[in-house]
Design a protein around this ligand. Structure first.
Ligand SMILES: *[C@@H]1O[C@H](CO)[C@@H](O)[C@H](O)[C@H]1NC(C)=O
Ligand SMILES: *[C@@H]1O[C@H](CO)[C@@H](O)[C@H](O)[C@H]1NC(C)=O
Ligand SMILES: *[C@@H]1O[C@H](CO)[C@@H](O)[C@H](O)[C@H]1NC(C)=O
Ligand SMILES: *[C@@H]1O[C@H](CO)[C@@H](O)[C@H](O)[C@H]1NC(C)=O
Ligand SMILES: *[C@@H]1O[C@H](CO)[C@@H](O)[C@H](O)[C@H]1NC(C)=O
Ligand SMILES: *[C@@H]1O[C@H](CO)[C@@H](O)[C@H](O)[C@H]1NC(C)=O
Ligand SMILES: *[C@@H]1O[C@H](CO)[C@@H](O)[C@H](O)[C@H]1NC(C)=O
Length: 777
């Protein structure tokens, strides 16, 4: 909630500030546009050992999810808004083995200097519905290298008030003794895990990985007393597994352990009195070319190698034990790119292993013989992305259901896979290996367009291409094909001929056209070798404007692209009039340009409306153009020659126009903006003078600068918001929810004899001053 200084309250109350022009009331229903699979990296999966069916999965940029009985997942962090954006990076996950409702996550996205936020440990006592926060004096890295190692956060199975957290960046081991409320550094633990994937890198690979896992020997004490034996993994080239046998008072590297590779995952088997550890040679998210699996017997103090990749080119990642079957262990190769990721299973404590597929060189093709039938019925487009990989890649988390030996799940770079018939493996019967991430929408959305005919929405996303969404609530049967790229950057339809669509992406022939609203495609005849950029169509669809390589290029009817000659080089945001075929707009930093000659020349009209972030065109009126800048929302009715600032916004990231509320009304305007100090998503029905807040405490959409917008030209009130890691949402105005009148900011909201409105504007709370007067503060 907003904090207002006491002095400010007194002054404002005296100066008699009145009703805000903003409706601060939730009036929207938000739903994910379904794609049927996560589409992103699922790097941690943990089952409750206390309650059957309770499990959570964490993602690197899209938050935490809880498993449902029907194998689908419920998102738990859609509250994440501009202020809380880095909580969508979940670096670690822990459950209380004795209290199924308690769940903990280490939240934070990057340890780099450009991420302003320190890490937090979030605690929930209600299965992740609500959270409280412990603030750390350093950063966590939910989207940094090594994020799939772990879990580096764990709850003592004998005493739930005790948690340990293994930090990154050289910050060592931390402990809480009050259910995660407060934390202190464990000074007796001195190893910090010095491995850096790529020293000097300013992205995900340049920082110290730190500690990798924390796990306990639950048999080392009894319920109610802190466990005596604790294991901690580190990412070091020497010792990587440490142990305490006095409840964390003292620690030492376990003698005789293997050195050279990094400990990835450690799991303790109380029935075998042994710690299993998987190892990999690097913490690189896309790497891993050597490794093994060891087992440490605490009674005999011996290490035994139980699995070795023998230098064949992969390390080991996800590892899980079946607590119902003594000696049953599974381990995934972390990143075995050829021919496919593999999973090893042993039912005799690692003495012998079988694999989920085997080479068969007997002449039968293909040489890979699988134990499973691959089932992607939840997301039939997945094979377009995974190609011939059916097991997956980036398999850093694997979990056998502690209540059901037939049920296991593992995370990959693009989905969760798993089975409900796992023990068929031991009977040499086939089982379904299924994509099981329905409800996880983890894509980074890069572009959206909502044409006035055909499907309501076309999307483009990072890594997995994008879709024509014929039905927003049903996973599309296929992703874009012919060409199919991974990361796809932009998509647009032609205003007057909306069957014509263009998209640009990072791959061969990086520009494609469709004339059936995205169902089929061909590479633009003059695409050449460029990739990416932002491509837009003219109203009739015959011109493509391509902002790429720091310039604007224009092609008519697929003839070769001509560079627009009269503008300086720069990274341009472009938009075209939806009705006038030759009227194009462009912006770069604070400069606004128009072209009235179909892109032959662009001329600057202003540089005084602020830093330009988005141009929105009124699809129903020629020359009516809106601009979101760091000073607010600007409007032009003369094709961008002159602008006036409209409404109370002081900062805006997006502005798009959709169908009007009434037949002769002004189009609905949607904006991501700051209005009266409140950064949110808004709609205006009166040409931008008054605004209704349409985001709320449960629907925050992350950081608006990384979102993308499209307004529906067919359905009044419908807005699409593409997020950076939580997929696409569509929002509709609630049909019959009259806005309850709210008191004014600093106005009366209660007291004896008072009969006026009792709710306060968003961000203000009704506080009792005395029996006769309560005030919105
Ligand atoms: C984001 O949500 C938090 C928690 O609800 C709230 O305190 C904060 O003010 C919100 N920020 C914005 C910009 O809406
Ligand atoms: C608030 O919303 C209601 C319903 O959409 C509308 O009638 C009213 O004019 C709005 N008020 C302002 C100040 O925008
Ligand atoms: C588990 O298996 C080990 C052998 O790997 C055996 O020594 C131990 O007794 C077994 N424990 C139980 C509870 O079955
Ligand atoms: C490595 O070699 C050993 C001994 O030959 C063998 O048992 C094991 O299966 C090999 N590991 C792999 C991953 O092929
Ligand atoms: C296996 O998956 C297929 C679809 O790919 C489905 O038709 C079949 O019913 C599944 N089998 C089981 C046992 O779930
Ligand atoms: C539509 O595109 C296809 C190729 O994708 C092409 O064969 C066909 O001629 C196009 N039709 C029109 C009317 O442009
Ligand atoms: C744009 O500027 C060029 C000179 O750079 C001029 O020739 C052209 O007429 C101008 N176009 C418009 C629409 O003002």
């Amino acid at each position: 909630m907003k904090k207002v200084a006491a002095v400010g309250i007194a002054l404002a109350a005296l100066s008699g500030i009145h009703a805000s022009p903003v409706n601060y009331t939730q009036q929207y229903t938000w739903k994910n546009v379904r794609t049927g699979a996560s589409g992103g990296f699922v790097d941690g999966i943990v089952f409750s050992t206390k309650q059957k069916g309770v499990a959570y999965a964490r993602t690197d940029i899209g938050g935490l999810y809880r498993l449902n009985a029907d194998d689908s997942w419920t998102p738990l962090q859609d509250y994440v808004n501009a202020t809380l954006w880095n909580e969508h990076g979940v670096d670690a996950l822990a459950l209380d083995p004795n209290d199924a409702a308690r769940v903990y996550i280490a939240a934070g996205l990057y340890t780099n200097s450009w991420d302003p936020y320190n890490g937090k440990i979030l605690s929930s006592t209600d299965y992740g519905k609500t959270w409280s926060r412990a603030y750390f004096p350093f950063k966590f890295g939910g989207n940094m290298a090594g994020r799939q190692m772990g879990e580096r956060l764990a709850v003592d199975p004998n005493k739930g008030s005790i948690l340990y957290f293994g930090a990154r960046s050289g910050n060592g081991l931390w402990k809480s003794s009050d259910y995660g409320k407060t934390w202190a550094k464990v000074t007796s633990y001195t190893a910090v895990g010095t491995h850096i994937v790529q020293p000097g890198d300013t992205g995900q690979n340049g920082d110290i990985i730190g500690l990798t896992f924390v796990t306990f020997d639950s048999t080392s004490s009894t319920l109610g007393t802190a466990s005596k034996r604790i294991f901690v993994g580190t990412a070091d080239s020497t010792n990587t597994v440490y142990m305490s046998e006095d409840s964390g008072a003292t620690w030492s590297a376990i003698p005789g352990q293997p050195t050279g590779f990094l400990s990835h995952t450690g799991k303790y088997s109380p029935t075998e009195k042994a710690l299993y550890v998987s190892y990999v040679d690097t913490a690189n998210t896309y790497g891993g070319s050597d490794g093994y699996v060891y087992k440490y017997y605490v009674q005999t103090k011996t290490w035994v190698k139980i699995l070795d990749d023998n230098g064949t080119g992969f390390g080991f990642g996800g590892l899980s034990l079946d607590p119902q079957k003594n000696g049953t262990v599974m381990v995934a190769t972390y990143h075995q790119w050829w021919p496919d990721g593999d999973i090893y299973r042993s039912t005799d404590g690692g003495a012998t292993w079988t694999t989920i597929w085997d080479f068969d060189w007997s002449g039968v093709q293909p040489p890979v013989q699988r134990r499973y039938d691959w089932d992607v019925s939840q997301a039939t487009w997945l094979p377009e992305i995974t190609g011939d990989k059916t097991t997956g890649w980036m398999m850093g988390s694997l979990a056998i259901d502690p209540f059901d030996s037939d049920h296991f799940l593992y995370g990959t770079g693009a989905s969760i896979f798993g089975s409900r018939k796992l023990t068929n493996w031991d009977k040499n019967l086939k089982f379904n290996l299924s994509s099981m991430s329905y409800g996880m929408e983890e894509t980074a959305v890069l572009g959206l367009t909502s044409p006035p005919l055909g499907p309501p929405l076309l999307s483009v996303v990072g890594d997995v291409g994008g879709w024509r969404h014929d039905n927003l609530d049903v996973a599309p049967a296929k992703a874009y094909l012919g060409p199919s790229w991974g990361t796809t950057r932009s998509i647009d339809h032609a205003g007057s001929r909306p069957n014509i669509v263009v998209r640009s992406g990072d791959g061969d022939g990086g520009l494609a056209l469709s004339n059936d609203t995205g169902a089929t495609w061909h590479i633009h005849a003059s695409a050449g070798s460029w990739t990416g950029g932002r491509a837009q169509l003219s109203a009739n669809g015959d011109f493509v404007v391509w902002a790429v390589n720091n310039a604007i290029y224009v092609s008519a009817n697929e003839y070769p692209f001509q560079q627009v000659p009269n503008i300086p080089s720069g990274s341009y945001y472009t938009a075209n009039d939806r009705q006038h075929n030759g009227l194009f707009y462009a912006a770069e930093t604070s400069n606004f340009y128009i072209s009235t000659d179909a892109g032959t020349s662009y001329n600057k009209t202003t540089s005084s409306i602020g830093w330009i972030r988005e141009i929105g065109v009124n699809p129903y009126r020629i020359g009516d153009v809106w601009v979101a800048t760091d000073t607010g929302i600007w409007h032009s009715i003369d094709s961008g020659k002159t602008f006036g600032k409209v409404g109370p916004a002081t900062d805006a990231y997006h502005v798009q126009l959709g169908k009007a509320a009434t037949s002769n009304g002004y189009p609905a305007i949607f904006a991501a903006a700051t209005i009266q100090g409140w950064a949110g998503h808004y709609r205006s029905d009166d040409g931008g003078y008054t605004w209704t807040l349409i985001s709320d405490d449960q629907n925050g959409f992350g950081t608006p600068g990384n979102d993308v917008y499209a307004a529906d030209p067919r359905l009044y009130g419908r807005i699409y918001i593409g997020t950076n890691g939580r997929g696409i949402f569509y929002g509709d105005a609630k049909a019959s929810s009259p806005v309850p009148a709210a008191s004014d900011v600093y106005g009366q909201c209660g007291g004896q004899g008072y009969s006026g409105p009792k709710t306060c504007p968003h961000g203000y709370t009704c506080k009792v001053s005395n029996a006769y007067y309560s005030q919105c503060l």
